[in-house]
Design a protein around this ligand. Sequence first.
Ligand code: THU
Length: 130
Amino acid sequence: MNEESYIAATKEAMSKAYVPYSNYPVGALIVTDNGNTYSGCNVENASYPLGNCAEASAIASMVIGGEKKIKTIYVMTKNDEGGIPCGGCRQRIREFSDSNTQIMMCSPDGVQQRINLSELLPNSFGPEHL
Ligand code: THU
């Protein structure tokens, strides 16, 4: 798959978002080091704090798929600046990333910002600190 098809798959994930409360759909697509892809969308709840972020959904799907290494993660919203992972999701992504992991913040038009893990979450805490 090329970047264009990753963007299309991320957009498809965003279209599935269940966001009756925020009306802020987010799609995420993980490409693993094996080249497999796992998608997720945000899923909200009438009990607001129970909502799930798109990145968390994609990570759960990856783990259920038996994989644990994020090579690239695409995060899309409808904003021109692209999908910006929240603080909690930065830590979630960090758990399954290394210094080569790329975070692609996308609008429906494509990648708007491309950063690596240390830019996403500088000086971060992770499994090797335990
Ligand atoms: N959201 C995500 O899915 N990922 C993020 O990184 C930022 C926030 C969702 C949560 C909620 O459903 C909506 O966006 C508004 O906060």
